[in-house]
Structures are given as C-alpha cells and as structure tokens.
Design a protein around this ligand. Structure first.
Ligand SMILES: Cc1ncc(COP(=O)(O)O)c(C=O)c1O
Length: 398
C-alpha cells in the first residue's frame, strides 16, 4: 500500500540547506541556520556541558529505564529555572513538570494532554509563528487559528490588532505565546504588554500556552521568564513548553520539559498522571543523558556559574551582531531602515526584502536565506558581516 504514497514537496528549510550545500563559492553565507553559531561559525559543546558530562560518565552506575516522567532531579531543577526561587506556584506545589524529548516533545505531549482534557479545542498561534507549531499541535487534532502579531511593514508587534483578536477567543481555547525571542520575528512583548494580556485572559477565560525555547537568549534567564512567571502567578492554569536545546546547546540530546500550572495540588498530581499516560502511548519514556547533564549543571554552583557566563557570551554576541549590522547599514546610506534589527531579540529577524532581492542575494552574492527574508543572525560573524552589509545595501538600492 505504500506504493500509493506520493513524494511530499521539500521543506523550505531543508531546501535551503541543499541550496547552500550545492553553492561552490567559498565566501557563501548561510543565514538559514537554526542553531547558535559562535564568531568562528561553530556550534561547540559548552564548557559547562563538557564538565557535567565527564562527571556523569565517571559516576553513572546503570542504564536502567527511567520511566515516563524522566529524570526526577531534572524536573525539580527545571521548576526553579522557569519559575525562579520564590514563586507562589512553587511554594504551593501547583505545578506538574515532566521531562520531554526537547521542546518539540513538550509541544506534542501538551497537544495530546489538551485533547484528553478538552476534546479538540482551538489553539491560537501568532501570525507568523515557528513553522513546526502547526504540525506539532495540529497533527494531534487541535484546530489551529492565528492572531495578528508582527507587522512586516513596520517591523513591530501590532498589539492593538492582537488584543482585539484575542478579545474574541472563548474560554476553553488555548493561546500560544512565545516566552522570549519570538521565532521567527525577534519581536518580543514588553512587560506592560504581558500585563495587559494577563488582564485580557482573566476577562476571557482561555488558557495561555507559553513556548519558552530561548530562555537566556534575550535578556537573561530571569528576565526571559517574566511572561510565564506573571501568567502562572495571576492565572489559574497555564501550559509551558520548555526547550534546553539552545540555552544548553544540547540540540541532539533532545532535552525539554512540559509544565502545567494548576489551581490545586491535587490537580497538579492528576495532570502528571495524564501526562505519564500520554507519554506511555507515544514514546514510553524520554532519553536521560541530556537531562542528567542539565540537572548536574543546575545543581552545582560552579557549573551553574560557568553555564551562565557562556550563555551571557552567546546573548552578547547576538546583541552585538545586531547592533553592528545596523551600524554597518547606516554607514552605507540606508538610514534607519534596518534599525529594528537592534530592537529585536534572539536568533531571528525578518529583513523585509522582496522575493527578487532574496534571489539576487543568493545568485549574485552567495548569501542564502529563506524566501520570506527571515535571517538567522548567528550566520553573521566578524569575517562576513562587512560583505553582507555591502551586499544588502546593493540589493536594497534596486
Ligand atoms: C519556537 C520554538 N519552539 C520550540 C522549539 C523546539 O526545540 P527542540 O525540540 O529542538 O528542543 C524550537 C526550536 O527551534 C523553537 O524555535
């Protein structure tokens, strides 16, 4: 019967990887890349991870099963990382938190949990949102609708339009927010906007679902959790998908967590049993290696310090690259046209180019990005940023 399956069209990101790989020019630049790269264009294993991993290898005594909820010490440490030391939810133990295979695993398990408890409600995602949200949430049977978020012309959040759309969302639906470093726009909600959203949720009664895939990449691990902490504090229930892929550089180890904050302790316990049931039916249990590394780093004050310093360097590099690019473009006569790049956070931004300008950058300058001109800032470094600014100025003049 598989003979009946027809080949699917290529995924745009995979298509871009192929296009970049086939470009023979030595000075080519990859701005599609979805992982952090340092100024040498590398994605090295973090020092804190190396130390934790060595200790892990020396100390481990078994490879026995860990169970559907994952590594217990990881789960406890992650509660502190996402909520902070003194959050009311933590004191009152109104949280279910379960280790998952990456942030993707958390999103998918959350969707299955929502289906068990709410039937097939609608989940509202920002327009635009990360491309994988639709398959991860929609393939479980949730209905996906979108709310206005990013104004591509003005390069800022269209907050009024967002509010008026969310004002129509009924109780029982879910609304997905990006905790920090919005992917793909880099445009983040301000603290005031998060506060306004909390009031709106209180009026409407829907459930917020926060995707926190870049904690520490925006302003810091504490600051980037502001939206989630506020919502968890002020609202009866909140869903959180966390990824440790970027901030611990553990991409291929598949480390993440799904958390649900609840009204009561009993509800948190009940939710945990349902998550365990969902996990049993999909992948039985998550891998332990990466979670043990994260648990080790978060438990050891010296390793924690090393990790925070490395994370800070990554964050500073992103901020510096953004500011440097704006400056370079200003020097090439582009005025304030690209100033938004320095206001946006994290790895991604839209340049706002026309499709033919994107094609010209690829064909004439060997600079590769998605067709909608979304770039990954990490693709730029000291060796290529001048060349990129020159090329962008050239195609922008056309
Ligand atoms: C917005 C967002 N959510 C979730 C994830 C999930 O990441 P992972 O499954 O690799 O932990 C990513 C990764 O790129 C992301 O950008």
């Amino acid at each position: 019967m598989f003979i009946n399956l027809e080949q699917l069209p290529a995924d745009p990101i995979l298509g871009l990887i192929k296009q970049f790989g086939e470009d023979p020019r030595e000075h080519k630049i990859d701005l599609g890349v979805g992982v952090y790269k340092d100024n040498q264009g590398l994605t090295p294993v973090m020092q804190a991870v190396q130390h934790a991993e060595q200790k892990l290898f020396a100390d481990q005594t078994t490879k026995s099963y860990i169970g559907p909820l994952g590594v217990p010490q990881f789960n406890e440490a992650m509660k502190l990382l996402v909520l902070g030391q003194r959050h009311s939810v933590l004191n009152e133990q109104r949280i279910a938190l379960v280790q998952t295979p990456g942030g993707c695993g958390a999103l998918r398990v959350a969707a299955e949990l929502i289906k068990r408890s709410h039937g097939a409600p609608t989940i509202w995602v920002s327009e635009p949102t990360w491309g994988n949200h639709t398959p991860l949430l929609g393939d479980s049977g949730l209905n996906i609708r979108s709310y206005p978020y990013y104004d591509f012309g003005k390069h800022r959040i269209q907050f009024d339009a967002m509010l008026s759309c969310l004002n129509q969302v009924p109780a029982g639906d879910f609304v997905l927010f990006h905790g920090s470093c919005h992917n793909p726009s880099g445009a983040d909600l301000t603290r005031e906007q998060w506060q306004q959203l909390v009031q709106l949720v209180q009026r409407r009664g829907f459930t917020p679902f926060i995707d926190l895939a870049y904690q520490g990449f925006g302003e810091g691990t504490e600051q980037d959790a502001y939206g989630f902490r506020l919502m968890a504090e002020q609202l009866p229930e909140c869903v959180l998908a966390v990824s440790c892929s970027k901030n611990f550089g553990l991409y291929r180890e598949r480390v993440g967590a799904l958390a649900v904050t609840t009204e009561t302790v009993a509800s948190a316990q009940a939710v945990t049993t349902h998550i365990a049931r969902v996990v049993r039916g999909i992948y039985s249990m998550p891998p332990s290696h990466g979670a043990l590394i994260v648990a080790q780093i978060l438990a050891d004050p010296n390793l924690y310090k090393v990790w925070q310093e490395e994370l800070s360097q990554m964050r500073q590099r992103l901020l510096h690259t953004r500011a440097n690019l704006v400056e370079q473009l200003r020097q090439r006569g582009l005025g304030d046209r690209f100033d938004f790049l320095a206001r946006e956070k994290g790895m991604f931004s839209f340049l706002g180019l026309k499709p033919e300008q994107v094609v010209a950058l690829a064909e004439q300058f060997a600079i590769h990005m998605l067709g909608n001109s979304r770039i990954s800032v990490c693709g730029l470094n000291g060796a290529n940023i001048d060349y990129f600014a020159e090329a962008l100025a050239a195609v922008s003049a056309r």
